[in-house]
Ligand binder design. Structure first.
Ligand code: MG
Length: 381
């Protein structure tokens, strides 16, 4: 029911990220920038503002591609200033709840948003917090000098939610301390507001150090996709045939616009199928003279690149060649090795098989060769 709650959002991506060795909000995590993931997690917002470092506005606009109700503004020197600029850029009534989020926390579960919106129904603000599981030690120069009681200590995360946007704006306006507030909740508390916690989530980790990115990458939800492909070419006069990227001496060849490597064509279609990218003819039209006699390697490599561009990974492939002649078995290992190389996956993940059709049908009569392929691909969700 809280899913219907109207809320606005400000995502702060204004940091320069010196501790992680670069502007972390623009780094790629599973084929998307960190900032894009943070913003998309809040795509249920009525209006949203992405606050970026001055000069990074174009990167911000690219991040918001397709998100109609979001806009980019340049931030200030400190976080509180950036949040204020973001709040000021929000349109619509300022009486609705607002969520303030760090772009550096890209893995935001929807359940946390729901819990925050429910929590601010009877509080001025709410933030996700995790209890400290590890014991706390005070350390100086690598030496333990004391222990701290972790009882009652929580690790604060974002988004921080506020029941009324105006409450937060006024609290930030009223902040008079020389140092800026640690976060928005501190300003609201100082202004006399009540702020509660909701259960935080370990996936909301703030990407700070270089090694955090590998951990976040491992936490991205992924899905397994399956693709299949099928191809046939006709036999004609010739002295060799290309199958699965290997040239085999034979008393006939396969006829086609390209090198007619049915094995590679079926496999290319399987890979394209796994990512919903149409078929080989969509990418390399047979009417286009530039593909006449082309080595089919490039078709396969193109499909591999499309998968990589999506942050995907080929798990395995399985190709079956259907023909009476030539005998495939003596060449199977070479075919697997070639495919392993083209796909950049281990040999054990590449299968090439062959079968006859017991002299039945067009393959049995030696009119043509058929190939079918299957593959599985892992894609970031
Ligand atoms: Mg073909």
């Amino acid at each position: 029911m809280t899913l219907q709650t109207v809320f606005d959002a400000v995502v702060v991506a204004a940091g320069s990220g010196s501790r992680s060795g670069g502007a972390k909000q623009w780094r790629i995590l599973g084929a998307q920038t960190v900032a894009r993931r943070a913003v998309q997690a809040l795509s249920g917002a009525r209006h949203g503002v992405l606050v970026v470092p001055s000069g990074d506005e174009a990167l911000g606009e690219a991040t918001l591609n397709g998100m109609q109700n979001w806009r980019v503004v340049a931030g200030a020197a400190d976080r509180a200033g950036s949040v204020r600029l973001g709040l000021a850029a929000l349109i619509g009534d300022d009486d609705a709840p607002v969520l303030i989020h760090d772009a550096a926390r890209p893995l935001l579960p929807g359940a946390v948003i729901d819990a925050l919106l429910a929590a601010v129904e009877d509080a001025d603000g709410a933030l996700p917090a995790l209890p400290c599981a590890d014991s706390l030690r005070r350390v100086q120069g690598g030496w333990i000098v004391g222990a701290e009681d972790r009882n009652g200590l929580f690790r604060a995360q974002t988004p921080q939610a506020f029941r009324r946007r105006i409450t937060l704006t006024e609290a930030l306006d009223r902040w008079t301390d020389d140092r800026p507030p640690t976060d928005e909740a501190e300003a609201v508390l100082a202004a006399g507001g009540r702020v509660r916690t909701v259960p935080g989530d370990p996936r909301l980790m703030k990407l700070t150090y270089t090694e955090d990115f590998a951990m976040a990458d491992a936490l991205i939800p992924r899905q397994i996709r399956v693709g299949t492909g099928f191809d046939v070419h006709r036999w004609g006069p010739g002295a060799s045939v290309w199958l699965c990227g290997v040239e085999i001496p034979h008393d006939q060849t396969l006829i086609g616009h390209s090198d007619a490597d049915a094995g590679l064509h079926a496999l290319t279609d399987a890979l394209l199928g796994a990512i919903g990218e149409g078929d080989i003819g969509d990418h390399f039209p047979p009417t286009d003279p530039q593909w006449k006699g082309a080595a089919s390697d490039r078709f396969l490599v193109h499909a591999v690149e499309l998968i990589a561009r999506r942050g995907g990974r080929i798990i395995n492939v399985d190709v079956t060649l259907i023909c009476e002649q030539p005998k495939v078995k003596p060449h199977r290992q070479a075919m697997r090795e070639r495919l392993s190389e083209l796909l950049a996956i281990p040999l054990e993940a590449v299968s090439v098989k062959a079968t006859t059709t017991e002299a039945l049908g067009f393959t049995g009569r030696g009119e043509g060769l058929a190939a079918q392929a299957a593959c599985s691909v892992e894609l970031p969700a």
